[in-house]
Design a protein around this ligand. Sequence first.
Ligand code: COA
Length: 183
Amino acid sequence: MALRPPAPEDLPLLFRWLNDPDAIAPWDRFEVDSFDALREALREAPQDPRSLAPRFLITEVANDRPVGVVGFFNSYTALDTVDLWYAVCIPEERGKGYGRESVNLLTDYVFAHRPVERVGATSDVENPSSWKMLDHLGFRREGTMRQALFHHGAWHDVAVYGLTRTEWRTLRSPPGKRSRAPG
Ligand SMILES: CC(C)(COP(=O)(O)OP(=O)(O)OC[C@H]1O[C@@H](n2cnc3c(N)ncnc32)[C@H](O)[C@@H]1OP(=O)(O)O)[C@@H](O)C(=O)NCCC(=O)NCCS
């Protein structure tokens, strides 16, 4: 897999995914109300560390086919930490390791480009494909925020995960031949 910034020609696909509950999933809440709002959000994202807009498309290396999106944002106003978010937007492509590989690349990118000592992520406790992936990548479950996320008419508990820069350095092995991080 590779990560690359969205190009103007990707906007129709992104707009479709972000408005499709099956694509962006029952666990996420990034909302776009119009095509212009999405274009504006993507334009402003590089200057806005708190932006929830997609930062990169997950693509297949061989043919550049987009299969999902990832983002990162300053999650707490008063803390120095960055949270990741991620979605493999084609449901049939889930469970094939794409999430694991792309979030691995995203973690590398954030540690390389942001002066933080911790990268985090949150996962609905009822979303095992997300928290198992974080476990697999070496993120540690640091706690649970109870009733912190509202979706599908109910409040949900959210697991808090984190990986420190020291842990990341220890875990990191040479990149696989199929993986390519964004420049
Ligand atoms: C979460 C997501 C990005 C994970 O990516 P993925 O490519 O599907 O997952 P992977 O193939 O990399 O597998 C990750 C782990 O989850 C497990 N897993 C995958 N699908 C699963 C499922 N439906 N139920 C339980 N476990 C599952 C895998 O076995 C793997 O665990 P392991 O490392 O212990 O073997 C992807 O499933 C997705 O986009 N889901 C919808 C959007 C979403 O939930 N985003 C996260 C919001 S917090």
